[in-house]
Every structure is written in C-alpha cells, then in structure tokens.
Write a protein that binds this ligand. Structure first.
Ligand SMILES: *[C@@H]1O[C@H](CO)[C@@H](O)[C@H](O)[C@H]1NC(C)=O
Ligand SMILES: *[C@@H]1O[C@H](CO)[C@@H](O)[C@H](O)[C@H]1NC(C)=O
Ligand SMILES: *[C@@H]1O[C@H](CO)[C@@H](O)[C@H](O)[C@H]1NC(C)=O
Length: 296
C-alpha cells in the first residue's frame, strides 16, 4: 500500500510534465542575466537557436534541437553532420531549413526547392538513417509556404523521411486555425511543430487574447506535438512589436511571458501549476511516508 502510494505520487507529476509541448526560440540576449529567467519554467521542455550547436548557459533540462538553417556561408551544410555527431547527449530531433520560402532580408533562408532537396539528400537523409528524427523545412504560414513544401516533397521524394512538418505563424488567431487545419489535412500522418508563432505589432490586450486562444488551440490539437512562441527578447528589442515579447523592458517576464512559462493561472498554464502543485504534494507525501516507515 505504501509502495503503491509512493509510486502514484511520484509518477503523477512526471506524467503531466512530459505532456508539455512548449519550447523556446532562443535568441542570444543583449543582457546575459535574462537567461536565468528561462531556467525554472515547469512548462518549457525544449529549445532551438537556429544553430547546430547549443547555446551556452541554458540548462540541460531543456532538450536541444539542432538546426541546419540554410545554405549560406555562415551555415555550412557540409559541416553539419560532424557537428551533430559531436553533440552530447545525442539529440533525438533535428530541424532543417528555416523559412526557405522567405527572402533572407526578412529572416528566411531563401532556398530554391532544388537546392534544398539536394542538401537534404546529401546531409539530412543520412542522419535520418542513423536514427535521428529530422523535420521538414520550416515554412512560413502562407500559401507560398505550403506550395514550397509540396514542391519540395515532390522533388526530394523524401516525404516519408520527414519525422514531422514544421511551420511558422505570424498573424491573427482566425487565420491560424484554417492554416493548421490545412497542414494537418494535407499531411495527416505527420506530427506538426509550430516552431515560431506570434502576433506582430498588436496592442497588449489584443496580444494577450491572441496568446490565450492560440496556446489553448495548439495544446488541444492532437497532431501538434510541439510549439515555440516568438521570442525571448525584451520588449524594447522585439522586432515584432513590444507587446509580443516574453520579457519587459527591464528583463522581468511580461504577462504573456508569465503565462507561457507557466508561472500564473493562465488558461494554458494551469497544467504548469498542476505539475508544480503535484510535485509539491508528492514531495510532502514522500516525507510523510518515510516518517511513517521510520516510526513503524
Ligand atoms: C491548403 O492551402 C493551399 C494553398 O492555399 C491550397 O492550395 C490547398 O487547397 C489547401 N488544402 C486544404 C486541404 O485546405
Ligand atoms: C491527425 O493525424 C491523424 C493521423 O495520425 C489523421 O488521421 C487526422 O486526420 C489528423 N487530425 C487532424 C485534426 O488533422
Ligand atoms: C489570458 O489568460 C490569463 C490567465 O488565465 C487571464 O488572466 C487573462 O485575463 C487572459 N487575457 C485575455 C485578454 O484573455
């Protein structure tokens, strides 16, 4: 009986924590102390930083997902397999090209389908054979992105190789729903990762409504397995407007920051509180049980 109780109290919080989908789109902060803000969240389970190599200073509790960003000279694809092999622990997932359908001046890797298919065959297909789960290139949330991805899969004949599809979304909630619905009906056998999402340039109230609706939708959608809200900067350094940032001007968490990290009773963060509450209760049960055992 004691053993059963002990097993239950220990397992419950772990099981809940493992169901989180949330990650961090990590952008190197202008203020290094901002890093510590992200180390104590019960909700965050993973991060990526547009790079094959991890960011210094982030805790190992956040699982790192390396990315082959693009084909330009600062992201040398031929170095990629070696960089992946050097990683410890061995990553489970790999992200491929970032917004290949978007021009570089607005943050995309601007790759033709044929270049991307060629690099996939040379560098990513072999990693997939080694057991890594490689994601399809992360497309923008637009008809152009969907068209690029369809064309890519046709050219590389690698749709079965991609462990998941990756998409971005910037815009209103009303547009996100049909977009994700399109992706999940176009690729019904694939998990979906939303590796960047946000609402640029909106006021605080609109941003907060959008944030709450989107978190609830993504976390309730059974085909969406991971997502990452954009981004980790302070409000005065945000390139999508001050209200979207996870941090305020002084480096404290903004409202959406608190909710995303699960540090308040946000609609999407209740699970985080339950996890911490569960872990707390579990800890006291354990102490009580050990006390009983010692007395008996
Ligand atoms: C998804 O969007 C693309 C591009 O707008 C469109 O051609 C296609 O018909 C849509 N598919 C579904 C299943 O809605
Ligand atoms: C989710 O994926 C399953 C297959 O795993 C598919 O049958 C289904 O259509 C997808 N669901 C939604 C809501 O898109
Ligand atoms: C978003 O959710 C939080 C937490 O539940 C709540 O305090 C806030 O009022 C909500 N904001 C909006 C605009 O829906």
């Amino acid at each position: 009986m004691h053993l059963l109780l002990l097993t239950l109290t220990l397992l419950t919080p772990l099981t809940l924590a493992a169901s989180s989908k949330r990650g961090l789109v990590y952008i190197h902060p202008a203020h290094p102390t901002d890093l510590t803000t992200y180390t104590s969240s019960p909700e965050l389970i993973w991060y990526y930083n547009y790079s094959p190599l991890p960011a210094p200073g982030l805790p190992s509790s956040l699982s790192f997902v390396p990315m082959l960003w693009g084909s330009d000279t600062s992201h040398i694809p031929s170095a990629f397999p070696g960089q992946i092999h050097s990683l410890s622990p061995k990553p489970e997932y790999i992200l491929s090209f970032n917004e290949p359908d978007e021009p570089t001046k607005t943050g995309g890797s601007s790759m033709s389908v044929s270049t991307a298919a060629d690099l996939w065959g040379k560098y990513l297909a072999p990693l997939r054979k080694e057991g890594y789960k490689v994601g399809a290139p992360a497309i923008t949330g637009s008809p152009r992105g969907l068209a690029w991805l369809a064309d890519f899969f046709k050219t590389c004949k690698c749709e079965d190789d991609a462990a998941f599809v990756a998409v971005h979304w910037y815009g209103a909630f009303e547009g996100l729903v049909p977009f994700i619905t399109n992706v999940s009906s176009t690729y019904p056998s694939k998990e979906i990762w939303v590796t960047e999402w946000g609402l640029p340039g909106a006021d605080a109230k609109t941003t907060e409504t959008f944030f709450n609706q989107t978190v609830e939708f993504l976390e309730g959608h059974k085909n969406v397995s991971r997502h990452a809200y954009f981004g980790t900067f302070r409000s005065d350094a945000s390139n999508i407007g001050p209200s979207a940032a996870l941090l305020d001007k002084k480096g404290g968490l903004s409202s959406v920051g608190r909710w995303y990290l699960g540090e308040s009773k946000a609609a999407g963060a209740e699970k985080g509180d339950a996890v911490r509450g569960g872990a707390f209760a579990g800890w006291w049960c354990l102490v009580a049980l050990i006390g009983l055992w010692a007395m008996g």
